[in-house]
Ligand binder design. Structure first.
Ligand SMILES: Nc1ncnc2c1ncn2[C@@H]1O[C@H](COP(=O)(O)OP(=O)(O)OP(=O)(O)O)[C@@H](O)[C@H]1O
Ligand SMILES: [Mg+2]
Length: 253
C-alpha cells in the first residue's frame, strides 16, 4: 500500500450564495487519490457545479479547507471542462489548443505540436481539424477539442461538469472510454459530475450522491488497477441498482 497523501483533501467545506437560507455546501468532506475518477451524482440544484467551482477557485469557501497536493501545489494543476465547451470561436482548433502556451509561459512551446498530435490521436481526431474553427465541428468533436484544450495545460486534476451529456449515445460511449484510458495512461485524477448512473459505473473508481450540501453516500466501484466492468454484466447491474435505489430515495425526499 502506498502512503502517498491524497491529491485533493476537502474538509468541512461550507458555502452559500448571498441571501440563501440554507447552505449550498454544508460541511462537505472529500479526498481524492492520484489515478482516481470520482463521480458526483445528485438532484438538479443540489450544488454539484458549485463544488467544482469551489475546487477550481472560481468561488471562495465561507469556511473549511481545500488542499491540493500537486507537484506545483497550485490551482493551475487543475483543468476544468465545462458542460458547454469554452472554445474561442475566433481561434482555429490549433489556436485554441495553443492557448495553454499563451497563458502559461512555463510550458515548453517546442513540445506543442507533438503534444497536440498525441492527444488528437488518443481522442480519434484527424489532424485536419487543426485548421478548422469550432463552429465547423460537430458537438462530439468540439467536446473532444475542449478536453484536449484542458489537457494541454498538463493538469494533474481534471474537473468535468456533465461533459458527455449533450452527445449521441455512441460518441458518448467512445469518449468515456477514451477519457478513462487517458486517466490511466497519464496517471491523472478526475472529478466528474454526471446525471448518468451508467456513466458513473463505467468510469468511476468511486461515486457519491450529493444531498443536503454534502457527499451523503459513497459507492466503491473499482480499484483503479482493476479491469473494466463490462456493461450489461451482473456486476455492472449490481452497482447500477445500488446507486439508483439510493438516488431515488434521496431525490423523492
Ligand atoms: N450565481 C448564483 N447565485 C445565486 N444562487 C446560485 C448561483 N449559482 C447557483 N445558485 C444556486 O445554488 C444551488 C446549487 O446550484 P448548482 O448549479 O451548484 O447545482 P447543480 O447540482 O450543479 O445542478 P444541475 O444538476 O442542475 O446542474 C441552486 O439552488 C442554485 O439555484
Ligand atoms: Mg450543475
Amino acid at each position: 500500500m502506498s502512503a502517498a497523501p491524497p491529491l485533493l483533501t476537502i474538509e468541512n467545506l461550507c458555502f452559500d450564495f448571498d441571501g440563501q437560507s440554507e447552505k449550498t455546501v454544508n460541511a462537505l468532506e472529500l479526498s481524492v487519490k492520484k489515478g482516481e475518477i470520482v463521480c458526483i451524482l445528485g438532484a438538479s440544484g443540489c450544488g454539484k457545479t458549485t463544488v467544482l467551482n469551489l475546487i477550481a477557485g472560481l468561488l471562495k469557501p465561507k469556511s473549511g479547507s481545500i488542499n491540493l497536493q500537486t507537484e506545483s501545489g497550485k490551482r493551475n494543476s487543475i483543468g476544468y471542462i465545462f458542460q458547454s465547451d469554452a472554445l474561442f470561436p475566433w481561434r482555429t482548433v490549433e489556436g485554441n489548443l495553443k492557448l495553454a502556451f499563451d497563458i502559461n509561459g512555463k510550458l515548453d512551446r517546442s513540445k506543442a505540436k507533438e503534444t497536440m498530435q498525441l492527444y488528437l490521436s488518443m481522442f480519434h481526431l484527424n489532424p485536419h481539424v487543426l485548421s478548422k474553427y469550432p463552429t465547423q465541428l460537430s458537438g462530439g468533436m468540439r467536446q473532444r477539442v475542449s478536453i484536449i484544450q484542458s489537457l494541454m495545460f498538463d493538469p494533474e486534476l481534471l474537473l468535468l461538469d456533465e461533459p458527455f451529456s449533450a452527445l449521441d449515445y455512441y460518441t458518448k460511449l467512445s469518449l468515456e472510454e477514451e477519457f478513462c484510458n487517458l486517466v490511466k495512461e497519464k496517471n491523472k485524477s478526475a472529478i466528474l459530475v454526471t446525471h448518468d448512473i451508467e456513466e458513473a459505473v463505467s468510469m468511476g473508481t468511486r461515486a457519491f450522491i450529493m444531498s443536503g450540501g454534502k457527499l451523503a453516500k459513497e459507492f466503491h466501484i473499482r480499484k483503479k488497477s482493476e479491469a473494466d466492468i463490462t456493461r450489461g454484466s451482473e456486476e455492472f447491474a449490481k452497482h447500477y441498482r445500488e446507486i439508483w435505489s439510493e438516488l431515488k430515495t434521496i431525490i423523492s425526499g
